[in-house]
Write a protein that binds this ligand. Sequence first.
Ligand code: C2E
Ligand code: MG
Ligand code: MG
Length: 575
Amino acid sequence: MTTVPEWSEKPYNRLTQRVMVVDDDPITATMLASSLKKEGYEVETYKDGESALKRLFEPNSPRLVLLDWVMPGMDGLEVVKVLRQKEVKPPHYVIMLTSKRDMTDIINALETGADDFIPKPFDPGELRARLNVGKRMISLNVDLLTQTEKANMLADYLASYDTTTGLPNRAYMKEKIQSCINERIPFILMLVNIDRFRRINQALGVERGDQLLKWFGKRLEEVFKEDNAAVGRVYADEFAVLVMNAHDPEVIHQEAERVKEAAKELPSDLAGYPFTLSIGVVYYSGKEADITSEDIANRVDIAVKKAKAKGGNHIEIHDEETEKEIQERFLIARELAQAIESNSLTCFLQPKVDRERRIRGAEALCRWIHPERGFISPGVFIPVAEETNLIPELDYWILRQVCQVLAKIDNPQISLSSNLSPRTFHNTDIVNMVKSILAETGANPERLILEVTEALVIEDVEEGITTMKELNSIGIRFSIDDFGTGYSSLKYLQRLPISEIKIDRGFLLDIPDNRSNMALVEAIIGIAQAMNLKIVAEGIETEEQARLLDEKADVLHQCFLFGKPMPIEEFLKLL
Ligand code: C2E
Ligand code: MG
Ligand code: MG
């Protein structure tokens, strides 16, 4: 075969690894497809001339075409005729499938623009040989392209494929899903997210992280090779598997298990990390009509998020219940935006007390009292606010309240804390925002504590450290919230300018009877003391437990036992 310049190898391969089969007869189409798959080709099948032609004009259409001559509606000859009038580059290599043997017919077809013939019924050996001729022709045509045309071809390739793995990208997969919906082809779509990939990537380094992605993409392709399926990489650490012609929804679970199978037996040089997957699955029965690939993408996205929320390494199948949740969240998001706008959120303060049970400060907690639905828990609306980007506004609104109160409390012993979501931290000009709120309210930064989570640190270590140091330099302190539930390593923690950690309520449950919790709490206290950090215990339930902690260290308590979250006025009175 002619050598193809290095740069065009990938796009070239993509164009010639796939064959378009256009035949109205399902039996011939199926036989052709199975024969082609054995040869290692990917196959796209079309039932009529019209839909084939639409595809042929797309820059990424396969360049090898097996075209049935006699079809109802637009026949093969008409397809070739229209195609050649506006042919894309490099041109398609069209092999006509026909039982016609008459020389005048054949000459006519060649003059119209067909490249070759295969008589029906076809012989697999002949099919292979004639496709090889086609491949040679295409590669010659690629060589003849001008620089600009080559650049265009590469650009077309890049628009549809991911360069790291060589797999179809998000745009391509979306198109495929949409075309399934248009043709009412039932499918199973699986979104596969690698658990903790960011962390694996940081540990392995970018290059080996890429290798890992390549390996996994290949494995997925291998596992679904025999099926009518497409595998793509749709996001940094997210792959999609689209299994088409899935008429039986019963197999959903089996298919998801096959994805898990693909993750097994990591090559030894990449091993050392638990490689687990969160899988979201959505089924399309081929019956719903007024639905788009966007809707499908949303559903499967929610499913993956649910799988993640269960701690990862989970399979979550989209169902009616999830659909209701989506609607619900949508509603909440809209109303939340209005609530922020109309100032109808409320800031509560929950006291933090020391071993003498004196108030040493409070944490600000957002409350939403909805005119019709009543009290909505932050556990519900904060995640929605995070997903819809309303969170910075909410965080800054609370921060402003906190600073206003702080300016009123004339007691240097009292500090107030405000929560900051990672989104607020990374996506806004937080340093200047905080400075301007401080200036506006006259609050003393040395009595302000910002609570951040471990997730914030993981997201972008260097940026995180720089920003925190900048705020720290004007006196603001940082606290790590829900300590132990994330996965920050001590290595990072040591580099952060933090002065407090909050032990998550989950670790304090049933101490000291719960031995593993007790051991963890002791370890956390040990770390905090070694790093000279204040400790806040969240949600202790009994007096005995509180005393137990008091014996071990200088702990502040924040729990219902010593003070529920309350309106600002009430807190001021309590002081
Ligand atoms: P968090 O920052 O860890 O806040 C502590 C949560 O523990 C609060 O829940 C508080 O009411 C609860 N808590 C305190 N003592 C006890 C106890 O003894 N028993 C029990 N069962 N719970 C206790 P809340 O107010 O529902 O807030 C939940 C989470 O919502 C907060 O967790 C925080 O992550 C988030 N959140 C609340 N307000 C804001 C905000 O203004 N901005 C941001 N970004 N997040 C917020
Ligand atoms: Mg907090
Ligand atoms: Mg907390």
